[in-house]
Design a protein around this ligand. Sequence first.
Ligand code: AMP
Length: 185
Amino acid sequence: MIVILFGAPGVGKGTQAQILADNLGIAHLSTGDAFREAIRGKTEVGLLAKHYVDGGHLVPDDVTARVVEEAMANPTYSKGVILDGFPRTQNQAQALETMLAKSGKVIHMVINLDVENDIIVQRLLARGRADDTEEIINNRLSVYQQETAPLIKHFMDLGLLVHINGIGTITDVSDRILSAVISKG
Ligand code: AMP
């Protein structure tokens, strides 16, 4: 089963993707985590991605799609994957659809976590990651609006989008997500 956790930075995608992955017994793939790990390990991808991640900009689509394709070739993901933070652009969505078509897989559903902007900013500032300063948060939110938010319509047109209220406790939100996944079958 392939499920995409979608939403602005700070809506809780990472936390919820991990909980959903545990509940469904499938793996979770976060492109943000993959880039941070590559940066720590100073790999070729890491050296390339650092400048973008540090500034709150998107890593180029070809690099990102390659990271996802290589990761998904791993047997860890043979039963499915909860994608967290990918796709983030029209090109990435296209790359994902092409990648899945090659292996006869389809996207099961796209969960859009809805949280208002002022709550997002509070959450990110409280988290305090290196790219969670006010200036970089603003960059990330505007990149989200320009590049990523248009995908909502794309996934809605494909009949894959489910909106989930992302406000409440972690358990409130994970219960809502799980019910949505179960009711979709
Ligand atoms: P995240 O952990 O999802 O908030 O991602 C942290 C950072 O990693 C982003 O601000 C981007 O610089 C980079 N990143 C993560 N996912 C992607 C993606 N799908 N496309 C491009 N850059 C990404």
